[in-house]
Design a binder for this molecule. Structure first.
Ligand SMILES: *Cc1c(COP(=O)(O)O)cnc(C)c1O
Length: 384
């Protein structure tokens, strides 16, 4: 489905770390974080060992606690909602925009206004069970889906007005811009991820950017077993985690960051090759990029089938021709543990479910050739 873009520079950087005594908490983490401060213009960059770890610490930094309500999207990778459950908070899912798959601003607005109006208004938005409508709404957690930022110009003013923290899940959008400003910098905190299928990789890893000094100190402490500034190795001011990124991963990531202006255009090129060909295949829609997305950072290439085409049958047929393809996303609210805990049912979020049924991720990476894209599209046309 995907493949990292690794050169000898990355291989040498990782080998160099192996020649030192510092395999954790050293200069490569610092260099990696510095690269992100420079790239995003954020005051703080905090490297961690996964995107999920980064999102989890943002939830802690936002002061989200047992029973608190957080508005988020069911059309995402599960981690963006799971981090709320880690703290026993309640995801208040709202449906998404059918074009972009990003959280739908008018619904966010309606949900915020109803929930802050009191228990009566909150009821309609909360899960059937496992939620207390008297609990406060604390935050909004939008996801920049498939490399296209959420509609922050619509979401932010209302969040600010109601004192809600905004946690931006940019794990799929490193390098994208929204109205000219980098993805990840729109929320109070933004999180990137570096699993091998992402725009850059550290093998496993993630990173938080924020301009909030206090939150940054707190998250650096949480990352490092709760050691606050001034704590010794066995002093732990907070309940923390080991969410540190190792030096080998950081060295790999620093080289990948330095290649950003090579990696993103390569992904754009592959997406362009797909766009041209998908436009010619009846029944298949190419991804829609909206004007607010001033730069798309292609994470995956997800097409949509027109109603009537059996997506799962297409996946099977593609597989027979040696072409991997995946549903993308499977709605979060219908995952078994979510249904068990909150009582969600099919039909609760119709746009998300419809996209979930009709969407298909095709093989995608920056190292695909035009001939490979051509093969995928020819086979797709044939099986359809
Ligand atoms: C990749 C991803 C994450 C985090 O992934 P990790 O595997 O924990 O690094 C979080 N949210 C979204 C939307 C993602 O795509």
């Amino acid at each position: 489905m995907s493949s990292p873009d690794i050169t000898d520079r990355e291989r040498e950087a990782v080998a160099d770390v192996m020649k030192t005594a510092y395999l954790s908490m050293g200069q490569y983490n610092e260099a990696f974080e510095e690269a992100f401060r420079a790239f995003t213009g954020s005051r703080h960059a905090i490297a961690v060992n996964s995107g999920t770890a980064g999102l989890h610490m943002c939830v802690r930094a936002a002061g989200i606690q047992d029973g608190d309500l957080v508005i988020t999207t069911p059309f995402s990778f599960v981690a963006s909602a799971n981090v709320l459950l880690f703290e026993r908070a309640v995801p208040v899912f709202v449906d998404v925009d059918p074009q972009t798959g990003n959280i739908d601003p008018p619904l966010v607005r309606a949900a915020i206004l109803d929930i802050v109006s009191g228990v009566q208004g909150a009821h309609a938005w909360l899960p059937r069970r496992g939620a207390d409508p008297a609990r406060p709404l604390k935050a909004v957690l939008p996801v920049d889906v498939f490399g296209q930022p959420a509609d922050f110009a619509s979401i932010l003013p209302l969040a600010r007005e109601h004192n809600l923290k905004v946690i931006e899940d940019s794990c799929e959008a490193l390098g994208a811009t929204y109205q000219g400003r980098p993805a990840g910098t729109w929320g109070d905190y933004g999180v990137f991820a570096f699993y091998p299928n992402k725009q850059i990789t550290t093998a496993e890893g993630g990173l938080i950017v924020t301009d909030d000094d206090e939150a940054a100190d707190y998250m650096r402490a949480l990352r490092n077993q709760g050691r606050a500034p001034g704590d010794t190795w066995l002093q732990h001011t907070h309940l923390g985690y080991n969410y540190r990124l190792d030096e080998l991963s950081a060295a790999l990531g620093a080289v990948q960051m330095s290649r950003m202006e090579e990696l993103l255009p390569k992904r754009q090129q592959v997406a362009d090759w797909y766009n041209e060909r998908i436009a010619e295949i009846p029944g298949v829609e190419a991804p829609v990029i909206v004007p607010n997305t001033t730069r798309t950072s292609w994470f995956v290439y997800v097409v949509r089938f027109q109603p009537g085409i059996d997506r799962d049958a297409v996946i099977k047929a593609l597989e027979k021709h040696g072409i991997p393809a995946r549903p993308y996303f499977s709605p979060i609210h219908l995952q078994p543990y979510m249904v068990e805990r909150f009582g969600f049912q099919p039909g609760d979020f119709p746009v998300t479910e419809d996209l979930g049924r009709r969407s298909l991720a095709l093989p995608f990476s920056g190292i695909m050739t035009e001939a490979q894209v051509e093969t995928v599209c020819q086979v797709l046309r044939k099986v359809l």
